[in-house]
Unconditional design. Structure first.
Length: 360
């Protein structure tokens, strides 16, 4: 077969069950991919309707949406030339890998974490080294130990997620700056997909460090997962490098429209985030009262539940009620854990009732 030689020996990025798409959407509660559990702002639907009436669907999308870029910059408190938008942060990962990674290059991924970048990096021929965090250490990163690991593996690239998925741990900004300043020849990709759920960002370091790329998404807090919109924050030099291969036609018109409308109505998103965080604390307490061991994930819209060897049966029991969660028990340093996306209190009350039935 005429296949990239690196793909022949790599493990594919594994998506979770597609079963949620096979049942009545009115009865399903999809809590396996950390998407928002409510619809996006009504302003999004209004903007889409207005765009549809303008009749430009036969055109390619806006190739240089300055208004969207400006709103992202204002939202992120950076300069416009430090922003670029893409067709999802997953797609952005691919652009980053194609721009900055080479065959036989050594990179470090801080795990356990989101697995997409690992697959993308390996497809370029890069050698991936995992620096693992453990439950025994509360999944806490020690920046000095990571620095030593990067030096020992001769890594020129680091992938770090904060808040981390699936542990929800947040890396303090002083640790991010420590890595940037002490590893000046190493490019740090900081995945801030769950930024809205903890509000801590390294965006303020972009002016000072040229070896930082921050990626974010509209798929979580903003409720726009199906529109596939993401963006990066970085120095103009890094963005210019990626724009050498970025195809601006690949960010659909309605995705741009939806993202802009969502930013204009951030109050809607902010209220949803507040409800999720309140519900997460309540739901975690309820699980503890039932005798479960939880890791309540300081950042992010999810919680980890340790069900030990029962993980597969536990997940299956909720599926019987059209509730879908993520089994992480097969992942190194996540043995026995399942991850549950947090929605509204009404939604999580339904989950809790099903867990109580499972316990009987």
């Amino acid at each position: 077969m005429f296949i990239n030689k690196y793909l022949k020996k790599m493990k594919p990025y594994k998506v979770c069950s597609h079963k949620a798409w096979e049942v009545d959407p009115c009865s399903v509660l999809k809590l396996d991919w950390n998407e928002a559990t409510i619809s996006p702002s009504p302003k999004v639907f209004e903007a889409i309707e207005l765009e549809a009436k303008q009749g430009r669907f036969s055109w390619y999308p806006n190739l240089d949406n300055e208004e969207l870029r400006s709103h992202i910059a204002n939202y992120s408190n950076v300069h416009e030339e430090q922003v670029e938008y893409f067709g999802s942060s997953d797609s952005l990962h691919e652009y980053i890998a194609r721009t900055f990674l080479d065959a036989d290059q050594s990179i470090t991924i801080v795990g356990p974490t989101y697995d997409n970048f690992r697959a993308v990096a390996e497809s370029t021929g890069s050698e991936v080294n995992f620096f693992y965090l453990t439950a025994e250490a509360d999944y806490t990163l020690k920046a000095s130990e990571l620095k030593t690991f990067v030096e020992e593996t001769n890594s020129s690239f680091i992938y770090l997620c904060s808040p981390n998925n699936p542990t929800g741990t947040v890396v303090p900004l002083e640790d991010i700056e420590y890595l940037l300043s002490n590893c000046p020849d190493t490019l740090l990709l900081l995945d801030e997909a769950y930024y809205e759920f903890n509000g801590v960002s390294a965006a303020g370091l972009i002016d000072k460090y040229n070896n930082l790329i921050i990626t974010r998404t509209f798929s979580k807090a903003f409720g726009l997962a199906s529109f596939r919109v993401g963006y990066c924050l970085a120095s103009p030099q890094i963005i210019s490098a990626m724009n050498i291969i970025r195809n601006p036609k690949n960010i659909p018109t309605l995705s741009q429209v939806a993202a802009l409308a969502a930013l204009r109505d951030f109050d809607y998103t902010s209220k949803y985030v507040a409800e999720v965080l309140k519900t997460k604390a309540w739901f975690g307490d309820q699980l503890i009262d039932l005798g479960y061991t939880t890791w309540q994930c300081p950042g992010g819209n999810y919680i980890l539940l340790n069900v030990g060897s029962e993980a597969q049966g536990f997940v299956a029991s909720l599926e019987m009620h059209n509730i879908f969660i993520r089994n992480y028990s097969h992942v190194k340093c996540m043995e026995g854990f399942v991850r549950i996306t947090i929605g509204t209190e009404v939604q999580m009350s339904r989950v809790l009732d099903c867990i109580k039935q499972y316990n009987k």
